[in-house]
Design a protein around this ligand. Structure first.
Ligand SMILES: NC(=O)C1=CN([C@@H]2O[C@H](COP(=O)(O)OP(=O)(O)OC[C@H]3O[C@@H](n4cnc5c(N)ncnc54)[C@H](O)[C@@H]3O)[C@@H](O)[C@H]2O)C=CC1
Ligand SMILES: CC(=O)C(=O)O
Ligand SMILES: [Mg+2]
Length: 370
């Protein structure tokens, strides 16, 4: 198969969908890889390394899109990228369609087969291609939050771990999955007082077993969220209902009860955000203030630590990339968990929560592929 790797164009996005190690695997399996000039430059991998691994370096993204049958990316295609996709081509990347009607419309119109990293599942019900970036974003959420709490950033001037004689900060993490667990781990490490909420009791039990008395676990209801957010210095939004738009769990009214300068970090922003007052921001301008509360809502947090993130992501995606290159869309029909990644195929929308969020007719993925 002809595989293409364009350079990412989203704001401050330096990750790349395939490393030279991945190129080498593909080439060894008889595939050809077109890598856009400079695609790995942001993480210190130069064109010579791609070329040495067997890639053909092409000058423009347009050339990658016109020649490749399988496009490997990191972020959702931007409108200019969507317009270069075509029927018969496979796109494999993060999509996050539920909060993004424009991208959805463009992908449907293009006829492309679009497979979303974030909805591929595994046999244990996990999200193997979201997990590595959730680990990164969860860990980053606490360092971002700690920075936002500084006075110069508009924060309340609270140090997460306190010091002897001065109490530590209250960190509340809503959602105890991959992001939440990693956020909690960092917050505990910095000495904060950490509470984690989830509505899945099995998650709370697992966290309790792992952390013991170092973390408080609380069942997530409107009442518990309202009560805990009031006293929080830093709230991390880490919920997910796979594929669906995130539920709005912290309302604008709740902000009025918080101390001015407290911070909300909405990691779930890529699914629309779980705070009523969230809107997506970029690494160039990551925060804004509503009712005295600092909001950090960057939709591609791992892009800031692009080198770590690229290796973490491509370690997870490579087996799937190889399966697609070897078998085309048949790779999906051979593996029901991989099939759950299919979001768009030849003008049909094949992910139910996305259809519900955006008002499209749902076509089951196996039916769409028939
Ligand atoms: N902004 C960014 O750069 C990044 C964002 N993300 C996003 O972070 C979000 C979380 O991802 P993961 O932790 O991997 O998902 P996950 O599936 O591992 O965990 C989500 C957790 O939320 C819980 N949950 C659902 N509804 C809830 C509610 N009403 N109250 C409390 N908990 C609730 C679930 O039970 C689950 O334990 C996703 O939207 C993901 O796309 C992930 C990586 C990077
Ligand atoms: C998961 C995601 O959206 C990201 O890594 O940017
Ligand atoms: Mg994102």
């Amino acid at each position: 198969m002809l595989v293409g790797v364009p350079k990412e164009i989203k704001n401050h996005e330096y990750r790349v969908g395939l490393t030279p190690a991945g190129v080498r695997e593909l080439v060894t399996h008889g595939h050809r890889v077109f890598a856009e000039k400079g695609c790995g430059g942001g993480i210190g991998i130069d064109d010579d390394q791609y070329h040495g691994a067997g890639a053909e370096i092409v000058d423009t993204a347009a050339e990658v899109y016109s020649r490749a049958e399988l496009i490997i990316k990191v972020k959702e295609p931007q409108p200019d990228e969507c317009r270069q996709l075509r029927q018969g081509q496979i796109l494999f990347t993060y999509l996050h369609l539920a909060p993004d009607p424009q991208q959805t419309e463009l992908l449907v119109a293009s006829g492309v087969t679009a497979i979303a990293y974030e909805t591929v599942t595994d046999r244990r019900g996990g999200l193997p291609l979201l997990a590595p970036m959730s680990e990164v974003a969860g860990r980053m959420s606490i360092q971002a939050g700690a920075h936002c709490l500084e006075k110069a950033q508009g924060g309340s001037g609270v140090l997460l771990g306190g010091v002897p004689g001065v109490e530590r900060a209250n960190v509340v993490v809503i959602g105890g999955g991959m992001v939440g667990l990693n956020a909690a781990r960092m917050a505990v490490g910095l000495g904060a007082d950490v509470t984690i909420l989830d509505k899945n009791l099995a998650r709370l039990t697992a966290i309790d077993e792992q952390f013991g008395e170092r973390i408080k676990t609380v069942f997530s209801t409107t009442e518990s969220i309202e009560r805990l957010v009031q006293a929080a210095d830093l709230v991390v939004g880490a919920v997910l209902v796979p594929g669906a738009a995130a539920p709005k769990l912290v309302t604008r009214a709740m902000l009025a009860q918080m101390r001015k300068g407290s911070v909300l970090v909405d990691v779930a922003i890529d699914q629309g955000g779980c705070f009523e007052t969230s809107r997506p921001t970029t690494h160039a301008d990551p925060t804004y203030v509503v009712d005295g509360i600092v909001h950090y809502c960057v939709a591609n947090m791992p892009g800031a630590v692009a080198r770590t993130s690229t290796f973490a992501l491509t370690n997870a995606t490579l087996p799937y990339v190889l399966a697609l290159a070897n078998h085309g869309v048949q790779a999906l029909t051979r593996d029901s968990c991989f099939l759950e990644g299919l979001n768009v195929h030849r003008g049909k929308l094949t992910n139910q929560p996305v259809c519900e969020a955006l008002g499209y007719d749902f076509v089951p993925p196996d039916e769409a592929l028939r």
